[in-house]
Design a binder for this molecule. Structure first.
Ligand code: GLC
Ligand code: CA
Length: 546
């Protein structure tokens, strides 16, 4: 496989609203990010994926864009953005932007024009349909609750919005729409950015009249066209968000022939504990064996046929330590175990802000404390259906997106050093003990573990290009795999829960060097390793370079 710069890169996702405020208005901003670049350089990452910073009325915190070529006032100016790109570059860091092209804001000039009349040249930029029996064209539902169709009485038609009413879906069947997108991609690439994360890209080929929203027939055609007409001329990283991608789609998206994207985010691992029987959001206990099966499947099946992205967290999902780890007694141990398990795999790892210090979920007690539009819409819809406040708040605490969106805790001073003013969303009250400064002073620092994992990846091709092999073990919660490259073998042994357990290491070579672990040192006697709660041990037949 041809080597690419993003094969050995580690990416850090920033949710700008919550990262660092620089002017006391309580909202994170671009100058704030610039002030923290040295921190990110110390961590060792190569790329920042910035959640959207474009002009937006913020119905969905920037995922509703009203001008793709300008910066949201709260976040700064185009000058700030250009300075961020330049300052990051000085530190060897590339900026990847979020391309939200499935929909715009209803305040985007295209939509304002489109709404004016059926003859508007922008009418077909969006998806308008006649009523059926004076009702919605069909029963498609919005991911943010309710019908996906919104009536507009001016022209007596409905428009499609798979997310909020303020996020009308673009009509990708219209070549002018596609051309607009290619142009704005080029506009940003010419400013020197390193690529794009593509929001819900799996939806662009939708056929709403047939009820098809993801993986539509034209999806891969449009991506090939996008590649040819825009970013394909640049050496950039592209990663598509694809909740519904199976292996076949993933191989098409990220095929090494380079016709589509560099890689995708698929979510099979993160949906394993979802309780589909439940009518409101609910999680069931994690089946550890299923997790190891899924992780292994993607490692093995994508070998040579595509490229994986590796991640546990983002701005839409609860914190992994709270979800599958133990965010009380074993917060540090479990945070590191998940980090080690993931970062030893093949693919491009993503770290979501705060993950590197083990930030955890932040439960709320009332809907007034909730900002996220998805959680709020769900709450009010289900409330009307008769669900109790208690059930709904519980659901939001399990799955709500604010869990990941609490401002970054930098120290134990006022508002965790995030802002001098009133934060737009309160910090997790535990910021007094869980914050960057405290973690970095701790001899058990999670940050240092991430630093080490990044260094190991940079210095040892076995981690980047080595083959992957699952080693079967009897215990369901223990996951063992081997990486191998030109005679270098690396074994990763992780205990995914708190149960003490023993594993026979007879599959190991005699020469065993410790690569990394989350305990002082492994307990191995006569080929039996005794694993403690959330213990992770990595051994190699060679001395890896740190
Ligand atoms: C993606 C984003 C999410 C957003 C949605 C609509 O899933 O990650 O935050 O709400 O798309 O743009
Ligand atoms: Ca600010």
């Amino acid at each position: 496989m041809e080597e690419k710069w993003w094969h050995d890169s580690v990416i850090y996702q920033i949710y700008p609203r919550s990262f660092q405020d620089s002017n006391g208005d309580g909202i994170g901003d671009i100058p704030g990010i610039i002030n923290r670049l040295d921190y990110l350089q110390e961590l060792g990452i190569d790329v920042i994926w910035l959640s959207p910073v474009y002009k937006s009325p913020n119905d969905d915190n920037g995922y509703d864009i009203s001008d793709y070529r300008d910066i949201m006032d709260e976040f700064g100016t185009m000058d700030d953005m250009e300075r961020l790109i330049a300052e990051a570059k000085k530190r060897g860091i590339k900026i990847v932007m979020d391309l939200v092209a499935n929909h715009t804001s209803d305040e985007h000039p295209w939509f304002i024009e489109s709404k004016k009349s059926k003859d508007s040249p922008y009418r077909d930029y969006y998806i308008w349909r006649d009523p059926v029996d004076e009702k919605e064209p069909n029963d498609l539902e919005s991911i943010f609750s309710g019908s996906a169709w919104e009536y507009d009485d001016k022209t007596d038609q409905y428009y499609l919005h798979l997310f909020s009413k303020k996020q009308p879906d673009l009509n990708w069947e219209n070549p002018s729409v596609r051309q607009e997108i290619w142009d704005l991609i080029t506009y940003w690439l010419d400013k020197g950015i390193g690529g794009f994360r593509m929001d819900v890209i799996e939806m662009i080929g939708k056929q709403p009249d047939k009820g098809i929203t993801i993986n539509g027939p034209m999806l891969h055609e449009y991506l090939k066209e996008m590649n040819r007409e825009s970013f394909g001329k640049y050496d950039v990283l592209t990663v598509g968000e694809a909740w519904g991608a199976d292996l076949e789609h993933a191989k098409q998206y990220s095929n090494p022939n380079g016709e589509e994207l560099s890689m995708i985010f698929q979510f099979e691992h993160l949906t394993l504990d979802e309780d589909h029987e439940s009518k409101i959001w609910n999680l069931k206990p994690l089946d550890h064996k299923a997790l190891a099966d899924v992780m292994s499947k993607w490692q093995i099946e994508m070998e040579g046929k595509g490229w994986n992205s590796l991640f546990w967290n983002n701005h839409d999902t609860p914190r992994i330590v709270s979800r599958w780890g133990d965010d009380q007694d074993y917060r540090i141990k479990s945070a590191k175990m998940f980090a080690i398990m993931l970062h030893m795999m093949k693919g491009t790892p993503y770290i979501y802000q705060g993950e590197e210090i083990g930030m955890i979920n932040c439960p709320v007690t009332s809907i007034e404390e909730v900002d996220d539009i998805q959680s709020r819409n769900m709450y009010f819809e289900k409330k009307a259906e008769g669900y109790s406040d208690e059930e709904l708040i519980h659901a939001i605490n399990l799955k709500g997106r604010d869990n990941a969106r609490r401002p970054m805790a930098w120290n134990n001073k006022k508002n965790g050093g995030f802002t001098d003013g009133e934060p737009w969303l309160k910090l997790n009250p535990n910021y007094l003990s869980i914050n960057v400064e405290q973690d970095r002073e701790n001899s058990e620092s999670i940050f240092k573990c991430y630093q080490e994992l990044i260094r190991l990846r940079k210095n040892n091709p076995v981690i980047i290009y080595g083959s992957f092999q699952r080693i079967p073990v009897a215990e369901d919660a223990v996951f063992v795999y081997k990486r191998e490259w030109k005679g270098v073998e690396v074994w990763v042994i992780v205990n995914m829960n708190k149960k003490l357990t023993e594993v026979n290491l007879n599959f190991l070579k005699d020469e065993r060097n410790l690569v990394i672990t989350n305990y002082q040192s492994p307990q191995i006697k006569n080929d039996i390793i005794s694993l403690r709660p959330y213990e992770a041990v990595v051994l190699s037949n060679k001395r890896l370079i740190r």
